[in-house]
Design a protein around this ligand. Structure first.
Ligand code: AHR
Length: 514
């Protein structure tokens, strides 16, 4: 049976199992283009959790692992390639137990703490405010600071903002200077708490709304720095949280966050990252695509209270969540990353592009060694995950004009009765006029011949790359780091305004049109 995806809405005609049909059509609709895809949709998240920071990003200046002022040189190079636009730190749950003054000044004087959320590991605070903000400068990305509301004070958060952003003769700016940094950093994104309904304080939305107003009042704009204040938002299907925050906080926030993980359930086993069957795989695709429905519902509530769309929705945690790899430290959330995870990344990004009139940021969890990582490290070894390659292929969409499209393809009915279209796609046009179309063939067995109607777009040349592997369970290990990687893609033909592309089974293809 055919599914028709039309201007962002999925219109299914009937539920069926896998069809033998192996073709799909896409019609680009450049005349309907209104939105720029904010580069922040490609945001990342780095938490003091497991080996994300220590070992993943930071090894310290005295490490034998090649480093640049303490940051792993191999990781820096890989991240520069991704054009990371924004990096959220220091958590997550960790943020609401983090006291920033512990992470400044001479390293030998920094107190230690127990990372209660994540395995009880001892945190030595050697990576703190300076180390994070300097990293953002190296990567040329925006920092997104997640402030402590759960166990911190208003004064503590207010002073942190002053420490980072005041350029005047103020006490906190002078303390920063004593610690070696003269000029203030530019810090735009400020999260006022994280998951305040859970690890961030177990609050009711009504109580948090009042707290937000109080904390946000004292987070000042110093010396031309303009904060974009983000209220801690809902988990997945908690629409009441969004409603209460919109009602009670309204325009005192610039953004409201949301978390949505592709996870089989919060209790018990979440399933192996690498050992899964076809049914599990298709279920994962359905669960991942459900983010569209979740976004639509939160957005509908926001629209009721904010017709002018002045408040952004920020999906500041998303991605897959599987069982920790056997033999790794419990609580460190270290998981492998297969072609299935790459598919979750491409499908999710395709959805996000459709809602950028409201959705202003998304941060995949997390950048290294935690959950759906871009990068895995082990001592001095590093591998790039299949998800990394999706972000690399998709970076062409950052700040490009979104081109709506109509897509028809077959669907499959998966466990939980969700309907999953077998092809996903998105398109954009960059500032130089180049058009980029990204397509995923979810189907594990069949190629898809996709006919793309380019409308009136004048196109002379098409080039492409592909991410695929022999098995959907394939991943990059330290022994085989290039098992799942991108290669050149040529299986396409351009004829009279129609581009015909043959998508192999379980593949992600990016096309550039000039
Ligand atoms: O990303 C891991 C954790 O998931 C974060 O710390 C928390 O915010 C969420 O529950």
């Amino acid at each position: 049976m055919r599914a028709r995806l039309f201007l962002g809405s999925l219109c299914l005609t009937a539920a069926v199992s896998l069809s033998a049909q192996k073709s799909a059509t896409i019609t680009l609709q450049p005349d309907q283009a209104t939105e720029i895809i904010p580069k922040e949709i490609y945001g990342q998240f780095a938490e003091h959790l497991g080996t994300c920071i220590y070992g993943g990003l930071w090894v310290g200046e005295n490490s034998d692992i090649p480093n640049t002022n303490g940051y792993r040189t191999d990781v820096l190079e890989a991240l520069k390639e991704l054009q990371v636009p924004v990096l959220r730190w220091p958590g997550g749950c960790f943020a609401d137990e983090y006291h920033w003054t512990d992470g400044i000044g001479p390293k030998e004087n920094r107190p230690k703490m127990v990372n209660n959320n994540w395995g009880g590991t001892i945190e030595d605070n050697s990576f703190g405010t300076h180390e994070f903000l300097n990293l953002c400068e190296i990567l040329e990305c925006e920092p997104y600071i997640s402030g402590n509301v759960g166990s911190g004070t208003v004064e503590e958060l207010a002073k942190w903002v002053e420490y980072m952003t005041s350029d005047g003769d103020s006490p906190m700016a002078n303390l920063r200077r004593e610690n070696g940094r003269d000029k203030a950093w530019d810090v735009k994104f400020l999260g006022v708490g994280n998951e305040s309904w859970g690890c961030g304080g177990s609050m009711r939305p009504e109580y948090y709304a009042d707290l937000y107003r109080r904390y946000a009042t004292y987070c000042r704009n110093y010396d031309g720095n303009q904060l974009y204040k983000i209220a801690s938002g809902a988990s997945d299907y908690d629409y009441n949280w969004t409603k209460v925050l919109m009602e009670r906080v309204g325009h005192q926030m610039h953004g409201l966050s949301l978390h949505y993980y592709t996870v089989p359930g919060w209790v018990g086993s979440k399933g192996s990252a690498t050992n899964f069957d076809n049914e599990d795989y298709y279920w994962t695709m359905g669960k991942c695509l459900e983010v569209e429905d979740v976004l639509q519902k939160h957005i509908a509530i926001m629209n009721e209270y904010d017709k002018d769309k002045r408040i952004g929705l920020l999906l500041d945690e998303w991605g897959t969540w599987w069982d920790e790899e056997p033999g790794t430290v419990p609580g460190h959330l270290y998981q492998q990353n297969t072609l299935r995870d790459a598919m979750v990344a491409s499908l999710s990004l395709d959805v996000f592009h459709k809602y950028t009139d409201r959705l202003k940021m998304a941060n995949i969890a997390q950048i290294a060694n935690v959950l759906q990582s871009m990068i895995l490290t082990d001592g001095d070894k590093m591998v790039l995950t299949p998800s990394y390659y999706v972000f690399k292929m998709y970076k062409v969409h950052q700040d490009a004009k979104h081109l709506p499209l109509e897509l028809t393809c077959d669907t499959i009915t998966v466990r939980d009765n969700r309907q999953v279209p077998l092809v996903s796609a998105t398109a954009s046009q960059d500032a130089n006029g180049k058009i980029h179309i990204s397509m995923s063939n979810i189907d594990l067995k069949n190629n898809q011949t996709v006919s793309i109607n380019l409308a009136d777009l004048k196109v002379k040349k098409a080039t492409g790359e592909i991410l695929t592997a022999k098995n959907i369970t394939d991943y990059n290990s330290f022994d085989q780091p290039n098992k799942v990687t991108t290669t050149q893609f040529k299986d396409m033909k351009l004829n009279k305004g129609v581009l015909t592309v043959k998508l192999p089974a379980q593949s992600i293809v990016g096309i550039e049109l000039e």
